[in-house]
Write a protein that binds this ligand. Structure first.
Ligand code: RIB
Ligand code: CA
Length: 313
């Protein structure tokens, strides 16, 4: 059982990632969900995390509030993609769960001390502010982190919030720089791979016809989420970004990429948050990231569907 912490800014695709992880309880032990401002402000991302835990029937997993803003910059959000609530497309409520008193940063530090021997994996689905704060304030945490698997960046695919940058990195480029320079094992799932996991029609149909409330609500979330990208890219489905982080943990063999150097642009406004990927090793910069650029499409959706339908609610 791999012990993981999911750091997230729900967001409909974050929701599917959480549901995929919760449905894989025989393989993943979710120690906690830590929330960060990103797609929508922290007040909403934290409530949204509670909503998804309850929707999934996962009442025992603790949810923590983290950073309300990037390390240095003003928060930029993405209501144009996710809607005002961050989970538009559904009318979910919170009946029982509450946000923990402990802060997200303190929780991650406590976990790294408690599981020093087992090691923990951090799954980062939003801006990297929380993770950067932990690494900056407690460098020894790196001894307890097996790997940081993050959704973020883009190179051959360009950007989605500016021509040069992907949203999670763009929101807090300084945090991304701290994470990439930490020496921790990093696996990055950028737009180069997540733009290959466009939601399939029959995948949505199987969710809708499952007779399971969580799967039916998941389909509603995706119906709303994918409209933006389908209009922008003229694609036949929306990119299911964040579940790639969880599916990678469940079956890395369906992914391929390369160990390369990735640097983050933090000075230029034009290319702020760009992930500068030395894919062809044209510099002597030290490789610091396993950069993934391909995935087996059918296997990906089979795993997400299987795990979401494995939820008890
Ligand atoms: O660029 C896509 C990423 O930004 C995803 O994690 C999405 O949820 C948003 O956070
Ligand atoms: Ca996200």
């Amino acid at each position: 059982m791999r012990k993981i912490i999911i750091d997230t800014d729900p967001g409909q695709d974050d929701a599917l990632a959480l549901m995929t992880a919760f449905g894989a309880r025989d393989q993943l032990c979710v120690l906690g969900v830590t929330c960060v401002a990103g797609n929508v402000p922290l007040e909403l991302t934290s409530v949204n995390a509670l909503k998804i835990c309850e929707l999934s029937g996962f009442f025992d997993v603790p949810v923590f509030k983290g950073s309300p803003a990037p390390l240095k910059r003003k928060l930029i959000t993405a209501e144009h993609v996710h809607g005002k609530t961050g989970l538009d497309g559904t009318e979910l409520s919170v009946e029982r769960k509450e946000i923990e008193i402990t802060s997200a940063i303190d929780f991650i530090i406590e976990c790294s001390e408690r599981y020093k021997d087992d090691k923990i994996t951090i799954c980062a689905l939003g801006p990297l502010t929380n993770i950067a704060k932990v690494l900056r304030e407690n460098p020894r945490v790196t001894e307890s982190i097996e790997e940081i698997v993050l959704m973020g960046g883009g190179f051959f695919e360009g950007g989605n919030i500016t021509p040069a940058a992907e949203f999670n990195i763009y929101v807090d480029p300084e945090a991304a720089k701290i994470v990439l320079e930490s020496g921790v094992k990093i696996t990055m799932l950028p737009l180069d791979v997540t733009h290959k996991t466009l939601v399939q029609r029959d995948f949505l149909e199987k969710l809708r016809k499952s007779g399971k409330n969580s799967a039916i609500e998941a389909a509603k979330l995706l119906d709303f989420f994918e409209r933006y990208d389908m209009e922008k890219y003229g694609s036949k489905g929306g990119p299911l970004h964040d579940p790639n982080v969880i599916v990678y943990l469940l079956n890395p063999a369906i992914y391929s990429g390369k160990l390369v150097n990735v640097e983050i642009e933090v000075n230029s406004e034009l290319t702020r948050g760009m992930t500068v990927v030395d894919w062809w090793s044209v510099t002597n910069r030290k490789p610091n990231t396993y950069y993934i650029n391909d995935v087996k499409y059918d296997e990906f959706f089979e795993i997400v569907l299987n795990k979401v339908l494995n939820l008890e609610t």
